[in-house]
Design a protein around this ligand. Sequence first.
Ligand code: AMP
Ligand code: MG
Length: 490
Amino acid sequence: MFIPHARLSCGFDTSFLQLPEKFYQLCSPTPVTAPELRLFNHELAEELELPFNSEEPELTACLAGNLLFADSQPLAMAYAGHQFGSFVPQLGDGRAILLGEKVTADGRRFDLQLKGSGITRFSRNGDGRAALGPVLREYIVSEAMHALGVPTTRSLAVLTSGEKVVRSEGALPGAILVRVASGLVRTGTFEYFSARNDEEAIRQLAEYVIARHYQESAESEKPFHHLFAAIASAGARLTAQWMALGFIHGVLNTDNIAVSGETIDYGPCAFMDNYHPNRVFSSIDFSGRYRYSAQGSVMKWNLHRLGSCLLPLFGQDGEEFIETVTGSFEQEFLQLLTKAMLCKIGVEAPHKGDSSLLQELLALMQKEETDFTLTFHHLAECIDGDTTPFCTLFHNNTELPSWLKKWQTRIKTEEPATTSQRMKGVNPLFIPRNHRIEQAILAAQERDDFTPARKLLQLLQTPFTEQPEFAAFAKAPKVEERVLQTFCGT
Ligand code: AMP
Ligand code: MG
């Protein structure tokens, strides 16, 4: 479809267009009836040095896909992917369109992409659209993740389309998410070309990823080996960070794994409230493949898939190299996770016995189903303050006092003056809780009221800081308020 260009430009410099056309489809968004700009991330717009603000008259039309930025040559990316373990040779951006890449003065490059902007060659049977609920969820959770210090795609804007989309729940308000990524190449992008035995494309893509994300690999004697190891390390760091926050991605299919090491494709994701290692929220994850505690082993499995794609670039002993790197991934992930979890209980310089101290706490938490976030947050107060908020989480469990005593004795050997501060710096008080997200979605969906979403976004910007005016948002949901299932909304 022909879409007119606006006078407004973004300052795009789209490097992906330099790759051959088999990597994408040049295509435009499909205009929507009555777009309205509902959320706009001013801070992010500034960070990206976008040459406009939300008052710009042409902006809504450009972000809705009703007009094209003057310097935009939009495209949909090709990719494949393993979905719940089964290979699908063609997925691709079925409802997303890359508007362009923006480079900031300090040389950082960002993709600006619309999600829910209409069908592309990769849409299969989908309508190319997105419902407001999942769009708001992605905006809120991705911005919260950023504030929590986790590498992630970000969200620039939410627009309602004025159109309905039909999903299993019925006709829902449609919306478009404008998201920003440091890069959108996925493990599945490599798999797309591997499935077609296109070694040249794999090499071009690997070179592209090195130039964009892993420049240090170019300096190495074996750039592709170095690249694979660097991607593995980034994945290990990311997965450990998710788990230390009680985050469950929900759909760790290889098409949802960005090689940049950023969290991407927020679907039926969730921060767990009450702790259980086998916690699953996604309505489509019947076997628990992507449950909380399986995320490390699943990311290792995904890394194997990427390794197989890169095999033709490794030359001799490639298979062995893949085993070495996936083995190191596992080690690095476990080390980082242990370190992060020990930091959560105030231990910076681990001693013998600290791991069992942690395991004992986790066992108690599981038994009493205590709130993951609040347990760690309130533990910090037990050093020199009131132990009540922590202890009441455990419903007077008889094993708790002896654990607490043991922990207090141990923690005295750390730097006592700073331990409590350190713990509060890694144990947030505010996370995007499911029931709060649902409330924000309902208000927007049913009453066109985006105030709850804005409020949530505001308080999630400083997740580690006490904010007395928002105290209610730190609380765990009552049992009847708990949201136990999340949906991908496709
Ligand atoms: P996801 O589950 O969102 O990661 O999407 C998996 C694949 O399905 C990707 O190729 C998406 O582009 C595609 N997809 C999801 N929802 C839709 C939709 N409503 N219309 C077209 N394609 C979609
Ligand atoms: Mg996806």
